[in-house]
Design a binder for this molecule. Structure first.
Ligand code: AMP
Ligand code: FE
Ligand code: FE
Ligand code: ZN
Length: 311
C-alpha cells in the first residue's frame, strides 16, 4: 500500500532529525508523503520542502499548535499552510518571544529557591531545539540538583510546581483562523489527549467542526485497530475528515517509528487525497495528486500489504 505520515517533528522543534534528514528517511522507507508538523513553528518548512523537491516524495507543509484547552491537551495540526504568511509568522514570532520570557522567569524562580542554575546551562541542553522545561530538567539532573528528570518535574517544573510559570497558549478560535488565513486545513491531533470520555467526545467533535476544524487524527502510533476504527467512525459522524501520522520525534521518542501507525502499519494515501479535495473546495484550487476516496471505517482500510522497512 502506498503510505503517508502526516505528523512528524524535526530539530525546528523537539525532533532529533533535521528537516533534510527527516525527508531523506521518509524517502528511504518509501513514503509517498510526509507532513512536517513542528510545535508552534514553521522554521523547518523551507528546508524540508527544498529537500523533497528532488525526490518522489511529497512534503506537506504543516504545524502543530498548542491550544489553550481543558480538561486535557488540544494540539491543532495545520496542513498545507503557507509558511511565509505574514500574519502566521508574526504570531509565531510573538509566541517564541513569550516562551523566552517564560524560560527566564522560571529560571529566576529556581534561583530564588536557591538552586544554582543558569540560562546558559539550560540552553546547553537544548542544542538547536526550542528551549523549554525538558532542558531545564536535564540541566538540573546534570548538576546533581535532582536525581532524575522526573524528579525535576515533580519538584520544580510540573504544572503548579514550585518554579512553574504557565506557557502562553493560543486560543482555539485564533489557532483555526491562523491556519485558515495561511491557506491550511485544521485537524485535531491525537484526540485521546483531549481527555474526554468516549461518550462526551462526539458532542465535542461537533462543536469543534462548527468552529471550523476540518478533521481529526484517527491513525496514530499509539492507537490499536479498534481505537482507529472508533475514531474513524466518530470523525465520519461529526462530519470531520480523518488524518494519520506517527508523531515521529526521532531519538527523542525512540519507540515511535516514522511511517508507522497502529504498531507496524502505515496510514493510507486516501486520507491525503480527501484532504486535498477539501482544500481545493475551500480555497478554489485545482485538486492535485490522486483522486479522493472515502475512507470507510473497516478493517479493509487498515490492512497493509507491505509495511515500510523501518516498521
Ligand atoms: P514546555 O513546552 O516547556 O512547557 O515543555 C513541555 C514538555 O515538558 C512536554 O512535552 C513534556 O515532554 C514535558 N513535561 C511536561 N510536564 C511533565 C511532567 N509532569 N513530567 C514529565 N515531563 C513533563
Ligand atoms: Fe513534541
Ligand atoms: Fe502533539
Ligand atoms: Zn506532535
Amino acid at each position: 500500500m502506498q503510505s503517508i505520515d502526516l505528523h512528524a517533528h524535526t530539530t525546528a522543534s523537539d525532533g532529533s532529525l533535521t528537516p533534510t534528514e527527516l525527508i531523506a528517511l521518509a524517502a528511504e522507507i518509501g513514503l509517498r508523503a510526509v507532513a512536517v508538523t513542528d510545535h508552534d513553528t514553521v522554521d523547518g518548512l523551507a528546508e524540508a520542502l527544498e529537500a523533497a523537491r528532488s525526490l518522489s516524495l511529497e512534503c506537506v507543509p504543516g504545524i502543530e499548535l498548542s491550544i489553550a484547552y481543558h480538561p486535557g491537551k488540544l494540539h491543532l495540526l495545520g496542513y498545507f499552510i503557507d509558511h511565509s504568511h505574514p500574519g502566521l509568522c508574526e504570531r509565531l514570532r510573538v509566541l517564541k518571544e513569550n516562551r523566552a520570557r517564560r524560560n527566564e522567569r522560571m529560571i529566576a524562580k529556581m534561583q530564588a529557591l536557591g538552586l544554582p542554575i543558569t540560562l546558559e546551562e539550560v540552553a546547553a541542553e537544548a542544542g538547536s531545539e526550542t528551549l523549554g522545561r525538558p532542558h531545564m530538567a536535564l540541566a538540573l539532573a546534570k548538576k546533581g540538583i535532582v536525581a532524575s528528570v522526573q524528579e525535576a518535574f515533580d519538584r520544580y517544573l510540573a504544572d503548579g510546581a514550585l518554579a512553574h510559570v504557565p506557557k502562553e497558549k493560543i486560543a482555539l478560535e485564533e489557532g483555526i483562523a491562523l491556519i485558515r488565513e495561511a491557506g491550511g486545513l485544521a485537524f485535531v491531533a491525537h484526540p485521546h489527549t483531549l481527555k474526554l470520555a468516549d461518550d462526551a467526545l462526539p458532542a465535542e467533535l461537533l462543536r469543534l467542526r462548527e468552529m471550523g476544524v476540518d478533521g481529526m487524527e484517527c491513525y496514530y502510533s499509539q492507537y490499536d485497530p479498534a481505537r482507529i476504527l472508533q475514531f474513524l467512525q466518530m470523525a465520519r459522524e461529526a462530519g470531520l475528515l480523518a488524518s494519520g501520522g506517527s508523531d515521529f520525534h526521532g531519538a527523542a521518542k525512540p519507540h515511535v517509528r516514522l511511517g508507522c501507525v497502529d504498531g507496524d502499519r502505515p496510514a493510507p494515501l486516501a486520507l491525503l487525497a480527501a484532504m486535498k479535495e477539501r482544500r481545493a473546495e475551500r480555497y478554489g484550487l485545482p485538486v492535485s495528486g490522486s483522486s479522493a476516496q472515502t475512507v470507510r471505517p473497516s478493517h479493509a482500510s487498515l490492512s497493509c500489504a507491505s509495511a515500510p522497512p523501518s516498521c
